[in-house]
Ligand binder design. Sequence first.
Ligand code: F6R
Length: 613
Amino acid sequence: MCGIIGATGLDDVVDLLVEGLERLEYRGYDSAGLVLTFPSGLWRVRAADGTRSVSALRELAASAPGGARAGLGHTRWATHGHPSIENAHPLFDCTGRVAVVHNGIIENHAEIGARLQAAGHTPTSATDTEVLAHLIEEHMGTGQSLAESVRAALLVVRGSFSIAVVSADEPELLVAARRNTPLVLGLTDGAALLASDIPALLGRTKRLFVLADDQLAELRPGSVRVTTLAGEEVDPPALSVDWDLAAAQKGGYEDFMSKEIREQPRAVADTLLDRRRPDGSLTLDEARLSDDDLQKITKVYIVACGSSYHAALLAKYAIEHWARVAAEVDIASEFRYRDPVLDPAALAVGVSQSGESLDTLLALREARRRGARVLAVTNVVDSSIAREADAALYTRAGPEICVAATKTLLAQIVALELLALTLAQVRGTRSAEEIGHIIDSLHRLPEMIEDVLSREKEVDQVAEALAGARDFFYLGRNVGYPVALEGALKLKELSYLHAEGYPAGELKHGPIALIEPGTVVVGIATRNPLWEKFQSNIAEVKSRGATVVLVANDGDERAEALADHVLWVPEAEQLLAPVVDIVPLQLFAYRLARLHGLDVDRPRNLAKTVTVE
Ligand code: F6R
């Protein structure tokens, strides 16, 4: 996720760009840049100072030449190419007269890039974005206008994008387009503006318009023209905004947690993008491990903390089932003190959204010291864990501000499933057809998550009915067990209520002593081969007076008969179902915390990044 801002027709365009980027920093901040247009050429500055990137850019922009009336700004959350000045946007074509900023992922950048290089173009970055600048350059070279060149370039790209482009040849024009990532347009009497999100523009105008997928906008001082990528004229719908700026930074949501929960379909979809070669086989291109390396692996050790540990537990099921490689999962803070047995044929995987958890970092160092290859699965490119690992597989959830993990967790589960499928592919344990089928099912998850989110009101009603409860037991079997652990963790960290997660079959070995009238048991009861056994586990708690809430698949009459309340979800394939089943539990924990009057974004005693042992 990156932030884009642009303006034409303003006397203080630099101020608008820098202020806009400051408001878009939540979308990414590992580097930032801006470009100004002049008939004589473009003027660009870029900074790559981590969390200081935008403030460093502000200082650099102070030396901007006067007289620019149009420009673009960008704040980056790296996906392809490290956070560095060279990879920071805006990116230029070969002539330096076309500049592009982009949010999203160009899936077929490698094949386009190879063709462009063969035609004589020279890339200066490792980004997926730069091919756009060169494609536009090619079309402009044949005499096409900037807008027509952008349109033509976009017809050959796959993936998701919101882009904005300027050229010194038409210095008052901004051309923008989008597919699957947001872009808002704004108008004032003498200017036209664009941004990834409303807060960046709110200080200047409330005349806002939404650009829809596969539409292209031409912005000139005081005017906007919108067409479809196919060239049809469109009247963009006006956006009515009655939020203040503080609310707008949260996208109109009351808190970052609600916003991030709603960003989950996108986080999952982006994590899945760009992972298949043209022949359909899987590739983890950021994972610098060859197929040969992966074939030789005899055992996978996964280390993680908190919610990331739950993603790791789910990965064990997928890796063992699909790839038939033994997988062990350890709480990172325990791993290095238990004298583990590792060798060069072992793969140690560290899962960490922040990429900075010291426990995970130290566990991976220990694994490496004992000879294992190390793979980081993280949301932050070039984080400490990613830098120290032999290879990194990035989730693409964008920055997560709320302390409790939501979208990063779902993205981790999906990334780890891709790892499991890649292992299965190189080891030949699953046919190409089976893998293709699972990948197709993974691609259906965003829609299913969206479906669960649309039922939030039903979850709220269950939370309201249980607002007085103090003790919660979350039970699951098979992949439902890590889901139960995650549901309990979300509830305890957000609402400070007592919540435990257990494998349902273990309850009778002790914890059942705690079940009494008033205890709430939340069961993960989506369809799986253990449903019947799970039903008996639920009957045991019911007969001891527990109030039962079940997460169940639509139309499951047994669940309806057994439960006091049901959180309905659509049915996903068994190993993928956690990505859907976790969502109502997030909504449930969120609502209970809010009913208890708590600050969901900053729960007490917790920190987003835990860099102590
Ligand atoms: C739970 C949560 C924490 C983190 C844990 C690991 O909502 O956010 O349990 O999952 O601190 O953090 P990372 O993934 O950054 O290593």
